[in-house]
Design a binder for this molecule. Structure first.
Ligand code: NAD
Length: 308
């Protein structure tokens, strides 16, 4: 039986995630949106691309959650994106209402699914989905770290003129201005970054990574990034569907790991068929630990506003 992935929100991120999933032949895809016609039209259009791409997957769009029944994975992108001058946190109240409503409908149709949250502000929206779904923490995962580290990796590969495949990067913390890229755990062909890039250049690259989303919003003006975010979510989907046991930075609900209890924050997670199968704890320096705690405080403040 082919696997089934439903995507809630058939906008830029959702539709592009559908494209990556179909083009990798990972699963049948259901696109859902509140706007009538949009998921149907995009779903049909993508289905019609499959003979050209030689991929046997079914793609369908609907406004009715019945189409999502018994999904293996549900990706939630529903919500509003940023416009220039807005922070991710400015989306909080609107997206909280949307997330609460969407998760209720998702869970009613797919009580065994694994939920991947993309809507911003990411960590607070993952926490909202976790509370609303009532699933164990293994099955509600936030996507941010794969994207943030992909941005970091792109900039490092450009800086050193090396293959992106040689660059591994390690990013902890919340998705936002408080994210914590860990240079000493980031390597090029196994060589730690601080040995290859002077400290001031490295700091500039780290800052560009933190501002990576805003840089794109500034260019686009009418919305936010979607190619890399959707690719990042689909890397998580692939790790789960293929039970790869792949270690990826994800937003996970912590219960004491890294000294944080009761909040979503980005940490290295092992993803496999059960969702988050392990949270990897590494020893942080005092400075890194303080940066992570600061990031967690920012998430905590947002969660307090919406009461999750
Ligand atoms: N986690 C990350 O790293 C990351 C990266 C990029 C974007 N995002 C976030 O993802 C979200 C989507 O971004 P986008 O660029 O695709 O936006 P978009 O506006 O292109 O798409 C959002 C879609 O959600 C739909 N929607 C709104 N309310 C809904 C509801 N109640 N039920 C179902 N669908 C609903 C809209 O009709 C729209 O089609 C935003 O919140 C954005 O900030 C997160």
């Amino acid at each position: 039986m082919r696997k089934k992935v439903s995507i809630i929100g058939a906008g830029n991120v959702g539709a592009t995630a559908a494209l990556w999933i179909a083009s990798k032949e990972l699963a049948n895809v259901v696109l859902i949106d509140v706007v009538e016609g949009v998921p149907q039209g995009k779903g049909l259009d993508l289905l019609e691309a499959m003979p050209i791409e030689k991929r046997d997957v079914h793609v369908v769009g609907s406004n009715d959650y019945a189409a999502t029944a018994n999904s293996d994975i549900v990706i939630i992108t529903a919500g509003i994106p940023r416009k220039p001058g807005m922070s991710r946190d400015d989306l909080l109240n609107t997206n909280f209402k949307i997330m609460s409503d969407v998760v209720k409908k998702v869970v009613a149709q797919s009580p065994e699914a694994i939920i991947i949250v993309i809507s911003n502000p990411l960590d607070a929206m993952a926490q909202t989905a976790f509370r609303q779904a009532g699933f164990n923490r293994e099955r509600v995962i936030g996507m941010a770290g794969v994207l943030d580290s992909a941005r970091f990796r792109s900039f490092i590969a450009e800086e050193l003129n090396v293959s992106v495949e040689n660059v591994t990067a390690f990013v902890l913390g919340g998705h936002g201005d408080t994210m914590v890229p860990l240079a000493r755990y980031s390597t090029v062909a196994g060589i730690p970054l601080p040995e290859l890039i002077p400290a001031d250049r490295l700091e500039a690259i780290i800052q560009r990574t933190r501002d990576g989303g805003a840089e794109i919003v500034k260019h686009l003006k009418t919305g936010s990034a979607f190619f890399a975010p959707s690719a990042a979510a689909v890397e998580m989907v692939e790790a789960i569907l293929k039970d790869k046991k792949k270690i990826l930075p994800c937003a996970a609900y912590l219960t004491g790991e890294y000294g944080i209890d009761g909040y979503y924050i980005g940490v290295p997670c092992k993803l496999g068929a059960a969702g988050i199968e392990q949270i990897i704890e590494i020893k942080l320096t005092a400075e890194e630990d303080a940066a992570l705690k600061k990031s967690a405080e920012a998430v905590k403040e947002l969660c307090a506003v919406i009461g999750v």
